[in-house]
Design a protein around this ligand. Structure first.
Ligand SMILES: Nc1ncnc2c1ncn2[C@@H]1O[C@H](COP(=O)(O)OP(=O)(O)OP(=O)(O)O)[C@@H](O)[C@H]1O
Length: 268
């Protein structure tokens, strides 16, 4: 489950001295991140957790270059995040957002092919073949290719969105609440798929999730945002053993009870 100790620890993303302050100009200032540091290594599945409003989504958007921090540095594969334009970001980072809706008027295969077709660098036939490979990679069948989004289950929609985010073969995948809205069984299946793809493709995965089962099962490390910074970062075992009040409430409170068997496996 976790990266072996011999895995070389090369940074994929470095966040140093990050400050995010909203408001100002008359409105009261609101500090979301205060001198936050975080290193995400190549090939890991790092999950960001924290209470509502602790700045998880904002941090993800800053790493993607979609928002500018107030102060601090963010390097993505050694380059400042601000220098990565949208097109380059798409080829470097696959993104699966919670509202990663499909185009309802496009078939499954057209949805998957869309980012690569839009780029206009490859003939349509080649793009469609690539989309078929991705379709099967996420566990869908060739017969699903011409279905329309309205005919798909929630789990299938997530798989199509995932295939679309992988169409450019990005080395990194960002997921915001990937299992939101799925029933427990579909969430487990999706989790297993993510874990398999991570191994198979050697992806660096950064994920925001409130789903404790997902967190514990597939994260190589968990970073806990609290007190305006990364309060704790470590393997799931290390994090749950930390006596931080948020961690104790989060993992060992009611919501964590369902995950107790997984906690048990991790600690014994
Ligand atoms: N552009 C903005 N202007 C002002 N405030 C903002 C802006 N973007 C985010 N915020 C505020 O910053 C805080 C952090 O937001 P963010 O969405 O990153 O939190 P989060 O940890 O992802 O929360 P949740 O778990 O509820 O999704 C929130 O209080 C939010 O209202």
């Amino acid at each position: 489950m976790n990266a072996s100790p011999s895995t070389p620890q090369l940074p994929a993303i470095e966040v140093r001295g990050l400050w995010t302050v909203f408001g100002g100009g008359g409105a009261p200032e609101f500090v979301v991140h205060k001198d936050l540091d975080l290193i995400i290594f190549q090939g890991e599945i790092l999950s960001l957790v924290g209470g509502s409003g602790t700045g998880k989504t904002t941090l993800l958007r800053q790493i993607l270059g979609l928002e500018q921090p107030t102060r601090g540095d963010i390097l993505v594969m050694g380059r400042p995040a601000q220098q990565i334009d949208a097109r380059m970001a798409a080829s470097r980072v696959g993104m699966l957002f919670q509202q990663g809706a499909l185009f309802s008027a496009f078939s499954v295969i057209d949805n998957i092919a869309f980012p690569l077709l839009e780029l206009g660098r490859l003939p349509e036939r080649v793009v469609r073949d690539a989309a078929m490979v991705k379709l099967q990679m996420v566990g869908l069948k060739p017969g699903d290719a011409h279905k329309m989004p309205a005919d798909l289950s929630g789990g299938m929609i997530k798989r199509v969105a995932l295939a679309r985010s992988l169409i450019m073969d990005p080395p990194m995948l960002f997921l915001d609440e990937p299992t939101a809205g799925l029933d427990p069984e579909s969430a487990d299946d999706f989790c297993k798929l993510l874990s398999d793809l991570h191994k198979q493709l050697g992806l660096t995965v950064v994920m925001v999730t409130h789903d404790i089962d997902t967190l514990l099962e597939i994260s190589t490390r968990i970073a806990v945002l609290a007190d305006q910074k990364v309060a704790v970062v470590g393997t799931p075992q290390e994090v749950i053993a930390t006596p931080h009040p948020f961690i104790q409430r989060y993992f060992l409170g009611n919501r964590g009870q369902r995950a107790l068997p997984i906690l048990d496996q991790l600690t014994h």
